[in-house]
Write a protein that binds this ligand. Sequence first.
Ligand code: FES
Length: 168
Amino acid sequence: MSLPEPLAADIRHAVASHAPGVGAGSDGNADPRGAVLEALRLVQHAEGWVSDYRVADIAALLGMTTAEIDNLATFYSHIFRRRVGKRLIMLCDGASCYLNGADALRDAVQARLGIGFGETTPDGEFTLLNVCCVGGCDRAPAAVTGRDRRLCGPLAPGDLDALLADAE
Ligand code: FES
């Protein structure tokens, strides 16, 4: 399955917008590596995740290897290399959240959904992920939910219904 042309065009535009001199290669042209994250983001926004096919498509488009694209894709916790559920819950397990009760929140969420981190409920509704510091330490324990990545917190196990409802 090849990359739909509108998506390919958006990625080419992202490469072109990396002006020479900003991440330029030795030939003075824009370095396509500067556009990898944007390409991954565009694919994920369009399709919900980044499949092996799309890694190969991006690699071909940017003149890079699939290993280079995969290395970057797997480095960022907000890029999904596996299909995810309709609703996303990313619980922070950073130090501030841990010190403020993230483990109790994690236990409550996992018990309610019946899944662990990195898993999706059998009905495909929820995916639960753990991330390291979502930038809301003053709201610890915090989480990021939904495809538009809303920051929630401070959270307690009693906030579970609202958290799950907010995860769309
Ligand atoms: S440690 Fe959880 S938001 Fe920073």
